[in-house]
Design a protein around this ligand. Structure first.
Ligand SMILES: Cc1cc2nc3c(=O)[nH]c(=O)nc-3n(C[C@H](O)[C@H](O)[C@H](O)COP(=O)(O)O)c2cc1C
Length: 185
């Protein structure tokens, strides 16, 4: 089974990408986490370009989602909302409406920010967007506020409570994807 991990940040040292790596450590051995690394290449959404063939980076993203059993998205918060490039990519994925590759796909949302609230508004908006697209958005969240204090130099998530919460989100995602097993925090 495969989980596709999508970071909404393009930044090299992104806390959200670190959060996905922390989630990877919590997965059972038979579950693979693939980090999607093509977000920066996705062009601006233009309905005139949304035909056959789709732009290559869009086709790659749509296929990566189709090939995954579940999706884990870690989103930053930009001006109290979803970072534009992540929203743009989801707009591409949302088409065609009836057969988009996120439809009925189990998806979990987590988030980290340098501010106090851990990207909670962005996460809430992202859940709304994903539900509109037709994904099966799992309950449960984790808001990693003050992110620079939560990871050590190796990118390890040092806060035990947050690791436990992350384990619960991962567990809920795997359950939704048909893997009924508890993940050790
Ligand atoms: C354009 C921009 C807008 C931001 N707006 C918010 C915000 O509304 N709330 C917040 O908590 N942090 C905000 N931040 C700070 C981010 O939390 C911080 O840059 C964080 O490290 C981004 O996540 P990343 O480490 O995964 O790149 C903003 C950062 C940028 C660059």
């Amino acid at each position: 089974m495969k989980v596709l991990a999508v970071s909404g940040s393009l930044r090299r040292d992104s806390y959200n990408t670190k959060l996905l790596r922390a989630a990877e450590e919590l997965l059972p051995p038979d579950v693979e986490l693939e980090l999607y690394e093509g977000l920066k290449e996705v062009p601006p959404y233009d309905e005139d370009d949304d035909g056959h063939p789709a732009p290559r980076p869009v086709a790659v993203l749509r296929e990566a989602i189709a090939d995954a059993d579940a999706i884990l998205i870690a989103t930053p918060e930009y001006n109290a909302s979803i970072p534009g490039q992540l929203k743009n990519a989801l707009d591409w994925v949302s088409r065609p409406v009836a057969t988009n590759t996120l439809r009925n796909k189990p998806v979990a949302v987590v988030g980290a920010s340098t501010g106090a609230f851990g990207a909670v508004w962005s996460q809430a908006e992202l859940r709304k967007v994903l539900a509109t697209i037709g994904a099966r958005v799992v309950e449960g969240d984790i808001a990693v506020g003050h992110a620079p204090t939560r990871f050590d130099e190796d990118g390890y998530l040092v806060d035990a409570d947050l690791r436990e919460q992350l384990g619960e989100v991962v567990d809920a995602l795997l359950l939704e994807a048909g893997v009924p097993r508890l993940v050790a925090a």
